[in-house]
Design a protein around this ligand. Sequence first.
Ligand code: ADP
Ligand code: MG
Length: 698
Amino acid sequence: MILNKPITYIPGISGQRAGLIYSELGIKTCNDLLNFFPFRYIDKTQFYQIKDLQPSASEVQIVGKITRVNEIAQKRGSRLVATFQDATGTMELVWFRGQKWIKDSLKVNEPYVVYGKLNHYNGSFSIPHPEMELVKEYKKKLQSKMQPVYPSTEKLTNSGVSNKLMQGYVLKLLQIVYDTIQESLSPEIIGDFSLMPKKEALLNVHFPKSQENLAKAQYRLKFEELFFIQLQLVRKKLINKTKIKGFIFENVGAIFNEFYADKLPFNLTNAQKRVLKEIRKDVASGAHMNRLLQGDVGSGKTIVALLSMLLAIDNGFQATIMAPTEILANQHYIAVSELLQGMNIKVDILTGSVRAKKRREIHAHLEDGTLHILIGTHALLEDKVQFNNLGIAIIDEQHRFGVAQRSKLWMKNKMPPHILVMTATPIPRTLAMSVYGDLDISVIDELPPGRKEVKTVHRFDSNRLSVFKFMRDEIAKGRQIYIVYPLIQESEAMDYKDLMDGYESVSREFPTPKYQISIVHGQMKPADKEHEMQRFVKHETQIMVATTVIEVGVNVPNASVMIIESSERFGLSQLHQLRGRVGRGADQSYCILLSSFKLSAEAKTRLKTMVETTDGFKIAEVDLKLRGPGNLMGTQQSGVLNLKIADVVKDSKILVAARNTAISVLQEDANLSKPENINIKNTFIQISKSSKIWSNIS
Ligand code: ADP
Ligand code: MG
């Protein structure tokens, strides 16, 4: 197939040039070039009238006449100014170079088509160095009215690979291959969505005949791109469901029921009940569960995890929770142990700081099956840790763990344990579809009753004194306070200094013995951290000064004030996580965002969003818009998001349509073996061969 050949196949591209294009743009084959899309177009389909010009317009095309030409002397050189007029108004055309030659060539009072970049200055419009053509010449030519502008690099431009040249290559290629381009979608899909046929779409995305055609071509190609991604994700999910067998937790037994009846300290929220039902359905089905549980901070994921583990134990299996930090693992351990008090269930914890002797003991009990629940950090992943019969693995705060780690946990068994991944980072629906499209998703979208919304304010550093006063008042009421410093500077030493300076000034404001202050940061030994945390948990200290190590999961219900220093330096999701540390008790809680006076527009948006809403999903949407999907999810998943033409944020409607279409195609024809799906199948095979993205997911 021609499309698989290197671009040197196209007349005029030498091996050397092809090498440069490959190293600069990653284009190797003819197919790569065909799918190398313009990022904008020079639109010569539209004509403007001078009265309709807007300062926001970039390039415009106007028909009019030159009424006068003046050469205006300047300090350095001169400029040539032509007064240009149509039936609706007047503007200027300006030249700074080649005035002499241009002046001689301009024809006064003859109609011209003028095209160029529009400048707006002091209320009047001008076009510097316009492209000009007499109307009578213009009419003679048959020209493409919209020209593609391709992404390029300095190196390419300097080596003479201009946009014109790229246009030429693509045009030649299209001429050669046009008739051989295969349709990739089924007639049914094309009909249902009134899609432009593939050939036409490729032609029009490069050389659109009109804005309307361009829009149709782009829609078609975006749909196709998203459709095939979803087809792979959905197919993977279906295969997992049907091919990978899971343990069956048949019984909701004595342990679950005893806990539910006697130990559960509150009524579950409706959202918790719904999610639990979803999990129960999964683990009873005989298929392998691979579920993502999203729930905002404080929404009560822990109890759902615990109840799921009890289901496993009821059916003779072991269970585990893996957390990203020791502090968190400890908290889970304490919470789970407390909840299970008086029940005959053995729980233990394994982290990096567990001593060798204790460790061996844990290993032994894990292997002989007497240990029911093991909670820990990534220490759980060591080869020495062997379960007797692991039925379910719960992974907390998944964005901290790599995908490889997920599957490592999974490989520990003869049969994969059910997997429940819990995350407190709300992921916008469309993004979740792209990145976690192969997982089932549950959402706890309701907070336990009685929570008061955290009152959030933004204060400048200069208001610090009033913040101190507020802190004193809250402490007098018996409350506790977090003060968090960012840990995002280039040098750890600098962060440490910021923190210590802050600690000192807080210590001065809140002197002993009346006030006690805890401090926790990354350079402390785990045991010391733990000690300081515990002092705060036990209310021996009123203030906790910390870096973001407390970001995840820490639960101190009596702490009701969160003060975030240099809050402009935190990302939205971090701010949201931090704020989630308060508002866990019965008291009104507060979050104070301190910042310097000078703020970037983006920082302003972040702080404003935090003040305006506590809804994690809304915050995540703003974050997605500000930072784009790649940054949001980290490089790990960026492969899935490395889209050529579609945009997860802007094209969310197309994404939903593409996903639903992929689902219905596979539901009717799981192996794509029906004749009407032949196009899809061929393309699918082609894509699967060339993409490594998919092996990286779960
Ligand atoms: P997260 O989802 O952030 O992990 P947790 O599981 O730590 O949330 O729960 C936060 C707090 O809410 C805990 O103190 C927990 O005991 C409490 N909680 C959870 N579910 C409920 C409920 N249905 N009713 C009342 N309190 C609840
Ligand atoms: Mg939690």
